[in-house]
Design a protein around this ligand. Structure first.
Ligand SMILES: [Cu+2]
Length: 269
């Protein structure tokens, strides 16, 4: 396979202004669709509205979310004008210890609101908020935690913590510990991100999970043939129509690659 055909996912901080604009356009376009190509539909697959499809706390955590990001990215591409590229960027919270500016900015210079800062939470019946014990909100919000060193588990995971996870040999250990770091980021961002049933409505969710997927890809590179432990490769990843666990193992087979970066995770491998 020619690597020239692979779509490159980049760090949020290395996107050009045009790439940030393209990402904003793609998210806006998805937000404007209220069918199953739209943002609310894809955000809703993760949690509410029911059924809740994401898998957490199991060895399916990484394969399921890789398939989820893959489909979401396909729909981002689908809503772009011909010839305009877009891909999911990652937020490396171990280096960029705060919500990236391109996601934090509330209003854009042209006076429109930044589609990466917040999104409507829609399509969820009131009764489902109640049953899942999630505060009913119409729009996503964040309450970021402390930045800088010395906050322990209340702070974002450090470069050393990411390196330690990447050094683990066994998939079961790796996925459990990576999921723990992942949980801390959800809690750190706070607000909508800290409520798993609605977390995927926050646009930063995708940049966070792209980082998690990237750490898995780096781990796979560092531990060739490590696989996914006891998970059967033919296990279907619902509700995605065409992907099973085995089909998520090669990101190049899925058509993308992570750009190399001078970062914690890259330096560790
Ligand atoms: Cu998550």
């Amino acid at each position: 396979m020619s690597t020239a055909l692979l779509r490159y996912r980049k760090s949020v901080t290395s996107l050009s202004p045009n790439e940030v604009s393209a990402l904003r356009l793609a998210i806006s376009n998805m937000l404007s669709l209220d069918d199953d190509r739209g943002y609310a539909y894809w955000a809703g697959i993760h949690g509410l509205p029911l059924p809740i499809s994401c898998t957490h706390g199991t060895p399916l955590f990484l394969p399921w979310h890789r398939a989820y990001l893959y489909y979401f990215e396909q729909y981002l591409l689908d809503v772009m004008p011909d010839g305009v590229a877009v891909s999911l960027p990652w937020w490396d919270w171990s280096i960029q210890a705060g919500v990236p500016v391109s996601y934090a900015l509330i209003d854009l210079p042209d006076g429109t609101s930044n589609p990466l800062a917040a999104a409507p939470v829609s399509g969820i019946p009131d009764v489902q908020f109640r049953d899942e014990n999630v505060p009913k909100v119409a729009q996503t919000s964040r309450t970021p935690g402390p930045t800088g060193q010395g906050h322990g588990s209340a702070g974002l995971p450090s470069v050393a913590e990411v390196s330690a996870v990447l050094a683990l040999q066994d998939f079961a250990d790796f996925t459990i510990q990576l999921e723990d770091l992942h949980n801390r980021v959800h809690v750190w961002v706070g607000g909508t991100m800290s409520e798993i049933p609605v977390a995927a409505f926050d646009p930063i969710f995708w940049a966070h999970h792209t980082m998690i997927d990237r750490v898995w890809a780096l781990w796979q590179q560092a531990h060739p043939g490590a696989g996914v432990g006891s998970v059967p490769l033919d296990y279907p990843l619902g509700p995605f129509p065409t992907l099973n666990v085995g089909q998520t193992l090669s990101i190049t087979a899925l058509g993308y690659q992570y750009a190399s970066a001078t970062s914690s995770a890259a330096a560790a491998t």
